[in-house]
Design a protein around this ligand. Structure first.
Ligand code: DAH
Length: 340
């Protein structure tokens, strides 16, 4: 007689896929025990055959099902076993990564860019190596101007196509002409970043420093537009309502030129009393000089515009209370880490 229970017990005790294979050969494969039992049926009467045939086929179904379930379990077990072998112990102490933060100038520059973007200015970096034409003449600074002398400008050994020595741009205004020619007018662009001068280093001067140029050229751009844009720009940048005042200033590439002071509302955290901050000089700016437009091929009768120059060091110093601009670039990690 077929002892299904015993066979199933045997199946339950199998621990690996190899054992299961043997089990299959023994009971369910070609030479399976059930076959023998089926053979025995030839000696039985028709009634007995019917009865025993059913017992055998039921047994076959039960055993096959049990076998398949067992096979699934063992396969999962073997996969898990492999995974356990391959496991990487991440609990081991690794190399500690220093917590970093952005340079303060970078943070201010990004805020300036963000504020300018909200007013649809595009951000362009431009080249740091400039021709003398770009750096001076294109922005209405004649080559006889003292700033072109060696003591101010850093010259390179390489020459441009006209045989003049190339320079490291001394101001971002050097890109005005290039941007007008590249994008033509109307134009709304900001050009942030590095400039170089042959300067004695002190708390306010460094050979490499940061500038940020803005320029807007279109038909009918007036001083009133300019004041409005500047007020909005500074308000977005400083995240509070800013009021500005304009004083005359001289820069060769603007006419009229302005020095712009800003002040904003202060709220006493204890009494909630409101007061106004001091006037702080924050921007240099002006209406783009007709010569600058002409040199770039733009008709000053048709187009006008303004250029502005937020004082990035002043803004950073104001926000973070820094007295010496050399801190921004001297790579002292203690300084960098103190502003998270
Ligand atoms: N380029 C000037 C400098 O480096 C700064 C400046 C002043 C830029 C007035 C401007 C401006 O666009 O309108 O000293």
């Amino acid at each position: 007689m077929l002892e299904t229970d015993k066979i199933l017990e045997e199946l339950a005790l199998i621990k690996d896929l190899k054992g299961l294979e043997n089990f299959f050969d023994k009971y369910l494969g070609k030479k399976w025990l059930l076959n023998e039992e089926f053979k025995k049926m030839t000696t039985l009467s028709i009634e007995e055959k019917k009865e025993y045939g059913k017992v055998l086929s039921d047994a076959k179904t039960i055993m096959t099902d049990a076998y398949e379930i067992k096979e699934q379990w063992l396969s999962i077990d073997s996969i898990n076993e492999k995974l356990r072998e391959d496991i990487v112990d991440i609990s081991l102490e690794g190399k500690k990564i220093e917590q970093w933060s952005f340079n303060l100038i970078t943070r201010v520059r990004r805020d300036l860019e963000e504020a300018a973007r909200t007013m649809w200015f595009m951000v362009e970096s431009g080249n740091e190596v400039a021709t003398k034409f770009q750096n001076f003449e294109s922005v209405n600074i004649p080559l006889t101007h003292p700033a072109t002398e060696m003591h101010d400008t850093i010259y390179l050994n390489e020459k441009d196509n006209s045989g003049e020595f190339l320079v490291l741009r001394t101001h971002t205004s050097a890109l005005q002409n290039y941007m007008i020619k590249k994008y033509w007018v109307p134009l709304k662009v900001i050009i942030p970043w590095r400039c170089y001068r042959f300067d004695e280093m002190d708390a306010n001067h460094d050979t490499m420093f940061f500038q940020f140029e803005g320029m807007y050229i279109d038909k009918w751009v007036s001083i009133a537009n300019f004041k409005d844009v500047m007020e909005k720009f500074l308000s977005v940048m400083l995240k509070r309502k800013v009021e500005i005042r304009m004083r005359p200033g001289f820069f060769p590439f603007v006419e009229p030129g302005f020095e712009i002071d800003a002040r904003y509302e202060l709220v006493d955290r204890k009494t909630w009393e409101k007061s106004l901050s001091k006037w702080i000089e924050l921007l240099w700016a002006g209406m783009v000089h007709p010569n600058v437009l002409k040199i770039a091929g733009v008709d000053p009768e048709e187009y006008s515009g303004f250029a502005f120059w937020p004082w990035i060091n002043r803004l950073a110093a104001m926000r973070y209370g820094i007295k010496d601009i050399r801190y921004f670039t001297n790579g002292d990690l203690r300084f960098a880490k103190s502003f998270k």
